[in-house]
Write a protein that binds this ligand. Sequence first.
Ligand SMILES: Nc1ncnc2c1ncn2[C@@H]1O[C@H](COP(=O)(O)OP(=O)(O)OP(=O)(O)O)[C@@H](O)[C@H]1O
Ligand SMILES: [Mg+2]
Length: 398
Amino acid sequence: MDNISVSTTDVRIERHANQLSRQLKLLRDKLFPPLSQKTLRTFSSGEAAQMIGVSDGYLRQLSLDGKGPQPELSQNGRRSYTLGQINELRHYMAKLKPKDALSYLPWRRPGEKLQTVAVTNFKGGSAKTTTTLYLAQYLALAGYRVLAIDLDPQASLSSMLGVQPEFDLSDGDTLYGAIRYDAGRKPLKDIVRKTYFDGLDLVPGNLELMEFEHETPRALNDRQKPAELFFRRVGVAIAEVEAEYDVVVIDCPPQLGYLTLGAVCAATSLLITIHPQMVDVASMSQFLLMTSDLLSVVRKAGGDLQHDFIKYVVTRHEPFDAPQSQIVALLRSLFGDDVLTATILKSTAIADAGLTKQTLFEIEKGQVRRSTYDRALESVNAANGEVLAGIHKAWGRT
Ligand SMILES: Nc1ncnc2c1ncn2[C@@H]1O[C@H](COP(=O)(O)OP(=O)(O)OP(=O)(O)O)[C@@H](O)[C@H]1O
Ligand SMILES: [Mg+2]
């Protein structure tokens, strides 16, 4: 009897799952001990001055005068600041020079509505998570209050931001906790957690997000609760914490399910990632058709489908690859300004981030070859700069 049950597929797969999970845990404990908290590097006074928008000399004088947060001093007298201290200095400067406050502290002002950027494409591996992560960190480094939401049950964004979905989360600790249909629902503020990155908070993801995909068809059939519209739930949850943030960035799963539709409806703008390869672009036209079909159903049911901007971002771009160049040219000729001018370059430094769990913003400059690092970072900053310009435009800033 036992022999038969051991060989059935469910039992076999369960055994594989357990073996794999044990092995992964061992590996992770070795690479990244559970107790080791992720921390962000400090910034040299030159970097800090540039980020705040003052001169290095001015920053030095402040610290000599004992004003503002005190930087760490290395043995050779070099000053370095944490991102938290840089943000304190932004507040300090904004208070000191109220006329220029906005240039030091770029938080949104009354009348400027929360911006929610959904990063999407149902194509797996089109760099959605990487794009979300870099955008979120870019905005946080620039002094904005950012909430990153991991809507992907695979939770790669969460693990990049220092949360290990299998170990650090219990029931209801993902967005699912705030959008579920039953009485177990809790406020989003109880789910949001701080990250090691000052100004960047996270709503983590894990497999429980799948529940929303399963429960929504049931809720749709439940005529007792017609108000429970699935496509409003993500937006309603975000609205509960909106006062705390300037920008929300959502990493969508690689499916056009209810979670993605909810994110698209909650969003004020969309960022559609494209890996410029024929196979990917071919499936993209399918993606666009399906998205448009589904969205028109949602719109007719009362969903909000006004977006301040929709941009395509070319990622993992190899500018010297001829077929890629043709595809990028094609996209530009078809979609014009809707394609970001800057593309995110393919770079091993970015790819390695998945292994070391560090982005280009996090690694010390000496860690990778300088020229590769500079080129990749420039491309990331240029693309994110265009997204930020779109956000500013939506706020009516010039
Ligand atoms: N600019 C880049 N240069 C090199 N590698 C990259 C770049 N962007 C992403 N990658 C790598 O490509 C792979 C897929 O990226 P990512 O996980 O961001 O895609 P995704 O769209 O979120 O995938 P999924 O659909 O599985 O959620 C990852 O291994 C990532 O490290
Ligand atoms: Mg992803």
